[in-house]
Write a protein that binds this ligand. Structure first.
Ligand SMILES: Nc1ncnc2c1ncn2[C@@H]1O[C@H](COP(=O)(O)OP(=O)(O)OP(=O)(O)O)[C@@H](O)[C@H]1O
Length: 262
């Protein structure tokens, strides 16, 4: 690996679901410090692509590399020190305190007997505080509201302290104040790269540096993924091609936002 090796890269990556090709052949790179918004209409394949990038689903073709190494050759424990994965849904079956859920994010660093130390507890507590969830530490995770559970899941992903964060709709269930707080928190994590699926184009405008947008009507009528700096990708023409919806740019205090045309 050299200094300019991307943190994450895809090479002619093909992703399929059943008979459908969601990602035809994606060549793409993510560098440290970049924050990518994964955008596109419902069912276009954002979650499936993220799961493939996380190593949870095998590609139908091509390759994903993490720190220059093929995902297929990275062991699970090592993978957990390279990338954190925060899914869209959380299924809590057993009684567990919120703090223990976040401490699970420290397991890749546990000693041979699986024990975690005071440093791990301090990191978990700090991540809970960053996600405005410190007051929930002793609560049974099964009793949390949707937004509280989402913030705890984000804290667990942050506690993993990986160079890459993969977040599937991290603002789902969050009220507007917590959405903005999350956006601000993610922009402070300059040493990490972040790839997150979002439905809110304007949140992407606020907190991302780059976008990967799924356009409809590519070659042979299939999808085409457009990658680049945010200002290159997010414009009314591309958004219409992605969402079949006309969006108007509006500038407020020097920042451009997109609103659906009346
Ligand atoms: N095993 C499967 N067989 C057939 N189709 C599948 C299978 N798994 C997923 N799909 C389809 O693949 C598509 C992509 O799903 P995915 O969850 O990745 O979309 P998404 O872009 O994240 O959507 P949303 O914005 O609604 O969360 C969907 O149309 C889904 O129905």
């Amino acid at each position: 690996m050299t200094a300019d090796t991307p943190l994450l890269s895809t090479h002619a990556l093909v992703v399929r679901a059943g008979q459908r090709t969601l990602v035809p052949a994606l060549d793409w790179q993510v560098l440290p410090g970049q924050r990518w918004a994964l955008l596109g209409q419902n069912g276009c394949g954002k979650t499936t692509l993220l799961r493939t990038l996380a190593g949870l689903s095998a590609p139908a073709g091509g390759e994903v590399r993490l720190l220059g190494q093929s995902l297929a050759h990275i062991r699970t424990r090592e993978l957990a020190t390279h990338r954190a994965w925060c899914p869209q849904q959380h299924h809590d079956v057993f009684a567990m305190s919120v703090l223990d859920v976040v401490l699970a994010g420290r397991q890749p660093y546990a000693g041979r007997l699986g024990w975690l130390g005071p440093d791990d507890r301090a990191i978990a507590a700090a991540c809970l505080a960053q996600c405005d969830a410190a007051h929930l530490a002793d609560q049974d995770v099964r009793s949390l509201s949707g937004g509280e559970r989402q913030r705890v899941a984000l804290a667990a992903a942050l506690a993993q302290q990986t160079p890459l964060l993969l977040l599937d709709e991290p603002t789902a269930h969050l009220d507007v104040n917590h959405q903005l707080a999350l956006g601000r928190l993610l922009t402070t994590r300059r040493e990490q790269a972040i790839v997150m699926s979002l439905h809110d184009v304007n949140l992407a405008q606020r907190c991302c540096t780059h976008a990967l947008l799924c356009l409809q009507g590519g070659s042979a009528g299939g999808p085409r993924w457009l990658a680049g700096a945010l200002h290159e990708v997010l414009n009314p023409a591309h958004l219409e091609q992605a969402y079949a919806c006309h969006m108007l740019p509006v500038t407020l205090q020097g920042q451009t936002y997109f609103v659906p045309a009346p």
